[in-house]
Design a protein around this ligand. Structure first.
Ligand code: MG
Length: 322
């Protein structure tokens, strides 16, 4: 048995989760049945060890995160996750690593109803590339374009935790064990907001996931929509672990830190009541952080009402940060 036949053992599972997979792993390509009236949503995201996750990351967390970052993009489009493919490069066949990686990957895949339908494995520096696919009713996909003057801006969950988790992983800051575990968990195990994304169909005027930091990603939404925004610092949702560090961390992790994988979206004033009923049953909190304005650019209001200038505009994928 060759080494990649061995690898396929960890990924080729006999039990199919979805009835719409005609042919999955084992043929030249997968055949998936797309229902009438639905649009196919496709995204891909690659993680390189030492660049996109620290070398100290547990294999199970790498498996989780590689899929989670892709599902987060589907969530931002309002899609239901259906299928994914996996391209994996590993420096050697390390069975313990592969076992942990596949456990993390499939735990999230099964929870999200998303089935692995194909892939490829090669020898090389540890790299995980996933292409995730999903479905959204025709005409209901959420986009970055669509925010209008007067809309309110919301984010799910809390901001900046993953960036602080990365600082902890690098040994740059030390915090209490419980906070360290929470922040590192936010870096390693982001939770894609798929249910929220689906609930925002027909409700949000625009949406994006926060992968590169609020300033950068809200900036993309504003550019696509041709509008500006006013965001108030004191309305940014921070975790208690972040607040405990705020004397040292300031606002920059919340504004510019990457890897949170929360959703940032806009809602017209007349739909706020509808949003409140979504918020009441959502798995995460939703917070209004500001408003869409006609003046271009992102204006951040400091706690005292003056204009705040962020130290950096976003997370740099090409910087070696592990
Ligand atoms: Mg995205």
């Amino acid at each position: 048995m060759d080494e990649f036949t061995l690898i396929s053992r960890y990924f080729d599972r006999p039990d199919r989760q979805r009835g719409d997979v005609v042919t999955g792993i084992g043929d030249d390509a997968a055949l998936c049945q797309t229902p009438a009236g639905m649009s196919l949503v496709v995204t891909t995201d690659m993680l390189v060890e030492g660049v996109h996750f620290p070398v100290t990351t547990a294999a199970e967390a790498v498996g989780h995160k590689a899929l989670a970052v892709n599902l987060s993009d589907l969530a931002a489009m309002g899609a239901e996750a259906t299928w994914f493919t996996l391209a994996l490069a590993v420096p050697e066949v390390d069975e313990a690593w592969l076992e942990g990686f596949s456990r993390g990957l499939f735990a999230l895949a099964d929870r999200s109803g998303c089935e692995l339908v194909g892939g490829d494995t090669v020898r090389g520096p540890r790299t995980v590339a996933i292409q995730a696919m999903g479905l959204v009713p025709e005409g209901q996909g959420l986009r970055r374009a669509g925010a209008a003057v007067g809309d309110r801006i919301y984010v799910s969950g809390t901001l900046g935790d993953a960036a602080l988790g990365l600082s902890i992983a690098r040994g740059e800051i030390e915090v209490e064990a419980e906070d360290a575990q929470y922040l590192r968990g936010r870096l390693d195990r982001p939770q894609p907001r798929l249910e929220l994304g689906r609930a925002l169909r027909g409700l949000a005027s625009a949406a994006i996931d926060v992968s590169d930091g609020l300033v950068a990603d809200l900036g993309h939404l504003l550019n696509a929509s041709g509008v500006g925004a006013r965001v108030r610092l004191q309305q940014l949702p921070l975790s208690s672990a972040y607040r405990a560090l705020q004397g040292r961390a300031g606002w920059d992790a919340a504004l510019s830190g990457g890897d949170d994988y929360e959703l940032c979206f806009t809602v017209a004033e007349e739909r706020i009541a509808q949003l409140e009923s979504v918020a009441a049953t959502a798995a995460c909190e939703l917070h209004c952080i500001g408003d869409i304005v006609s003046e271009p650019g992102l204006h951040i209001e400091d706690v005292d009402g003056s204009e705040y200038r962020a130290a950096s505009s976003g997370h740099d994928h090409f910087r070696n940060h592990s």
